[in-house]
Ligand binder design. Structure first.
Ligand code: ZN
Length: 140
């Protein structure tokens, strides 16, 4: 009777069960011989999936996400810094060069660095925002 209750609880929580390898009968965990066919039992542990682990990994992935607006603000501080923030170092250098060239052309044409530098800035900010969004999409 005690054995019977024990078995029921194991079923309920999906913990440890002894399965007969010959006839498949479920036996109490302390059973040495099968109740169904009488052969010797090998103890097997039914492993339950741990959703905790996948949940932890998920939150870890989410923490890797970068805020596109932080990238935009960093780009305003220093041209290309937003790209560096999301790990796009080649594009960070390219962004800086774009703004620098725009500024240089602006000086030559308008004798004012800001006119075309601002155009370059707007371009790299939009580009960085787009790249940051792509970066987050890759993480899922
Ligand atoms: Zn058996």
């Amino acid at each position: 009777m005690v054995n019977h209750i024990f078995e029921f609880e194991l079923h309920k929580f999906g913990d440890i069960l002894v399965f007969c390898t010959k006839c498949g009968t479920e036996n109490p965990v302390d059973a040495k011989y099968c109740a169904g066919c009488g052969s010797m039992l090998v103890q097997t542990q039914t492993t339950t999936k741990t959703p905790e682990k996948t949940l932890k990994e998920e939150t870890k992935e989410k923490s890797k996400r970068k805020d596109p607006w932080v990238a935009v603000i960093l780009n305003i501080v220093i041209a290309g810094l937003g790209m560096a923030y999301i790990g796009r170092y080649a594009k960070a250098v390219l962004s800086f060069i774009i703004v620098w060239i725009c500024g240089t052309i602006s000086v030559l044409i308008f004798n004012n660095v800001f006119i075309l530098a601002m155009v370059g800035y707007i371009f790299i900010i939009a580009w960085t925002y787009d790249e940051a969004k792509k970066y987050n999409e890759k993480l899922g």
